[in-house]
Design a protein around this ligand. Structure first.
Ligand SMILES: Cc1cc2nc3c(=O)[nH]c(=O)nc-3n(C[C@H](O)[C@H](O)[C@H](O)COP(=O)(O)OP(=O)(O)OC[C@H]3O[C@@H](n4cnc5c(N)ncnc54)[C@H](O)[C@@H]3O)c2cc1C
Length: 345
C-alpha cells in the first residue's frame, strides 16, 4: 500500500454506513491535491465484500483486517488495527458515527497526532488539510488544521459530502493486513434494536414535529381517556399522525424536538439536536418547532429548511428558506395532499 490517503469504512456487521462512501468521495479530492491515491481500510470479520464496494465507490485499493475477535465493533482492538494500517498515511478520513467518535480519538492518541471531528468542508493547502467544522452548537464554523503531516485524522459529517456514483467496472488490489491483537478488555454480549428503526442521519428528507403537534384544543379525545396527560399524548398522536403522513409521501424519516420526546410523544431515537441526532438532509420540514438553539444545533446544515409554525416570531423562521405561518393541523395535511398530487402518489 503506497497511498497516503486512507478511508476507514465504518459498518455494522458488514453493512457499510452510506457516509463511508461519502468519505471516499471527499478523500478523492484530497488525494488529487496530494498526488496520491485512496486506500480503503476495512476491519471486521467476513467483510471482504466491503473492499469491493469501496473500490466501486472510488477507492483505488483496499486493506482488510479480519479476525473472529473483530466480529463486533469494540474500540480497543479496532483502534489497534487501524493505528497499524494508518501509521504511514498522511490523511485518515472516517465517517462520523458513534463508533468512529471513539475510534478516531483512540487512533489519534496511538499515533500522537491531531484529529478534527464532524467536518463539513475540506480544502488542501500546501499539503495540509484545512477542515471546517461547526462548533458551539453550530453557531460558529471553525477552520482547523492539523499541523502534523502524519496522519491528519478527520471524521466527515454524514451527508455533508456528496456520495460518489458506484462504478462496478472499477477494480483494485485487496490486501490483508497482518496484525496481532492483545487482550480485549470488553465483550459484546448482544444487541437490542432501538424502537422506530429510523435512520435519521442517512435520510435525504426529514419531517419533524415539536411540542406544537399536541396543540389542537378542538380535537376531542375519546371519552375513556380522562387523564389530562393522556389526552395530551392522544392529541400528539393525531399531530404526529399527520407529520407521519407527510413523511410517508416524501419517503422521509421522522424527526422530533426534545420537547416532543421529553413529553413522551415519540421515542428518543427520533430526537434531532444537540443531545439527539445531527442531520444534514436535503430537505428538513419543521412542524410546531420553535427553533431553540439546541434544536438548530442538530439540523442547521440541512440544505433546505421549511418551517410550519403559527407564531410568526418563532426563531425557526430566521433559519428557514420557506416558512408557513399557520396551524400545522391545517397546513400539514394540505402539504401532504399537494405533494401526493405533484408526485402522482
Ligand atoms: C442542554 C440542553 C440540551 C437540549 N437538547 C435539545 C435537542 O437535542 N433537541 C431539541 O429539540 N431541543 C433540545 N433542548 C431543548 C430546547 O432548548 C427546547 O426546549 C426545545 O427544542 C423546544 O422544543 P419545541 O420547539 O418542540 O417546543 P416549544 O419551544 O414549546 O415550541 C413549540 C412551537 O410550536 C408552535 N406551535 C404550537 N402549536 C402549533 C400549531 N398547532 N401549529 C403550528 N405551530 C404550533 C409554537 O408557536 C412554538 O413555536 C435542549 C435543552 C438543553 C438545556
Amino acid at each position: 500500500m503506497t497511498n497516503k490517503v486512507l478511508v476507514y469504512v465504518d459498518h455494522f456487521k458488514g453493512e457499510a454506513l452510506p457516509a463511508s462512501w461519502e468519505a471516499i468521495g471527499a478523500a478523492r479530492k484530497i488525494a488529487e491535491s496530494l498526488g496520491s491515491g485512496v486506500t480503503a481500510v476495512i476491519v471486521g470479520q467476513d467483510v471482504q465484500s466491503l473492499a469491493k464496494q469501496a473500490i466501486e465507490y472510488g477507492a483505488d485499493d483496499a486493506v482488510v483486517a479480519e479476525s473472529p475477535a473483530l466480529a463486533d465493533f469494540q474500540p480497543e482492538p479496532y483502534a489497534d488495527v487501524l493505528s497499524k494500517a494508518a501509521a504511514e498515511a498522511d490523511v485518515l478520513l472516517l465517517p462520523t458515527s458513534g463508533r468512529t467518535r471513539e475510534l478516531a480519538a483512540m487512533v489519534a492518541v496511538d499515533l500522537e497526532t491531531g484529529m478534527a471531528p464532524d467536518v463539513i468542508e475540506i480544502a488542501v493547502d500546501d499539503g495540509l488539510v484545512l477542515a471546517t467544522r461547526p462548533i458551539y452548537a453550530g453557531k460558529l464554523l471553525s477552520k482547523v488544521v492539523i499541523k502534523e503531516r502524519k496522519p491528519q485524522i478527520l471524521t466527515t459529517r454524514s451527508r455533508a459530502f456528496p456520495k460518489p456514483e458506484p462504478d462496478a467496472s472499477r477494480s483494485g488490489e485487496v490486501t490483508s493486513l497482518e496484525f496481532e491483537l492483545g487482550e480485549v478488555p470488553t465483550e459484546v454480549l448482544g444487541y437490542k434494536e432501538a424502537a422506530g428503526g429510523v435512520s435519521l442521519t442517512d435520510a435525504a428528507v426529514i419531517v419533524s414535529g415539536g411540542r406544537g403537534v399536541s396543540n389542537n384544543p378542538s380535537l376531542t379525545p375519546p371519552d375513556e381517556i380522562t387523564d389530562e396527560k393522556e389526552q395530551e399524548i392522544w392529541r400528539a398522536q393525531q399531530g404526529f399522525g399527520l407529520v407521519g403522513d407527510l413523511a410517508g409521501v416524501l419517503n422521509a424519516a421522522m424527526g422530533a424536538s426534545r420537547a416532543a420526546v421529553d413529553a413522551g410523544y415519540i421515542p428518543y431515537a427520533n430526537q434531532v439536536g444537540q443531545t439527539g441526532k445531527v442531520v444534514s438532509p436535503d430537505l428538513y420540514i419543521a412542524n410546531g418547532i420553535s427553533g431553540a438553539i439546541q434544536h438548530l444545533a442538530g439540523m442547521r446544515t440541512s440544505k433546505t429548511i421549511v418551517a410550519v409554525n403559527k407564531d410568526p416570531e418563532a426563531p425557526i423562521f430566521k433559519l428557514a428558506r420557506f416558512g408557513v405561518v399557520g396551524d400545522l393541523f391545517d397546513v400539514v395535511p394540505a402539504l401532504t395532499a399537494a405533494f401526493k398530487e405533484r408526485l402522482g402518489k
